[in-house]
Design a protein around this ligand. Structure first.
Ligand SMILES: C[S@@+](CC[C@H](N)C(=O)[O-])C[C@H]1O[C@@H](n2cnc3c(N)ncnc32)[C@H](O)[C@@H]1O
Length: 221
């Protein structure tokens, strides 16, 4: 997704990391989760955790911007697009663009949604809110969403040389302007609770924060 912020284009698609740069904490958590029927990887990037996600679910939807899904790049060691990689490697998986989800909505049928390192890459309040609303509405009652964010890393001094914006900084890097939001667990909880999510668990492993939330069951009076 490209964002125009105060005259600078932020190419958030460039923030996605390779499957060779997994966090062992995220990978271990996903592999240990009980099996789910239908899982979404919201902001799937270059499919860093796709094997873990496919291994715990019967059906998977990989969601990212139209641009991230369709452009040619190295995806898990293959020169291809995310869309092509998914269709040729995962029998029970589909892709969905953020643009399509906004325009058409998403059925409330997911029992688990993974959202790793995505909130920190969205430099616009309206898009951040609409991403969270899509996640909420895509969950079935009782379904869980995991928000993972790295709130410290070796590059932070580089980010801090940039200018302040929303939860973090906009700085000029090798591939143009980048936004990095410092999404601590407290910040994430404060964004999620007003939208109706129930907090299930909050924890950190080294510099990685985890917030696990649930969409409450609808009570029929
Ligand atoms: C830092 S990458 C994380 C990718 C992946 N989840 C991972 O952990 O490797 C951030 C991703 O968020 C995507 N993104 C940015 N804005 C988005 C939006 N509004 N909706 C969905 N994805 C978005 C970017 O295209 C990028 O792939």
């Amino acid at each position: 997704m490209r964002y125009l912020i105060e005259g600078e284009i932020i190419r958030s698609e460039n923030a996605a990391k390779s499957y060779k740069q997994k966090s062992k904490f995220v990978s271990n958590y996903l592999r240990a989760r009980p099996s789910s029927n239908k899982v979404m990887d919201f902001g799937c990037g270059k499919l860093r955790y796709s094997d873990e996600i496919v291994s715990i679910s019967k059906q998977v939807v990989f969601l990212d911007s139209d641009l991230q899904l369709s452009r040619n790049q190295m995806v898990r060691g293959v020169s291809t697009s995310v869309a092509e990689y998914v269709s040729t490697h995962y029998a029970h998986a589909q892709i969905l663009s953020f643009e399509c989800a906004v325009a058409q909505g998403v059925n409330s049928c997911f029992d688990f949604i993974n959202c790793s390192n995505v909130l920190s890459a969205i430099p616009c309040v309206d898009y951040l809110q609409s991403a969270l609303c899509i996640i909420y509405s895509a969950l079935q009652g009782g379904g869980e969403a995991l928000f993972v964010n790295q709130f410290r890393c070796s590059s932070f001094s580089k980010f801090e040389s940039g200018r302040r914006h929303m939860y973090g900084y906009i700085y000029k890097g090798r591939l143009g302007y980048t936004y990095y939001g410092v999404m601590t667990n407290d910040v994430v909880v404060d964004l999620l609770v007003p939208l109706g999510f129930e907090v299930v668990n909050v924890w950190s492993e080294e510099d990685v924060g985890f917030v696990l939330v649930r969409r409450p069951h609808t009570v029929i009076a």
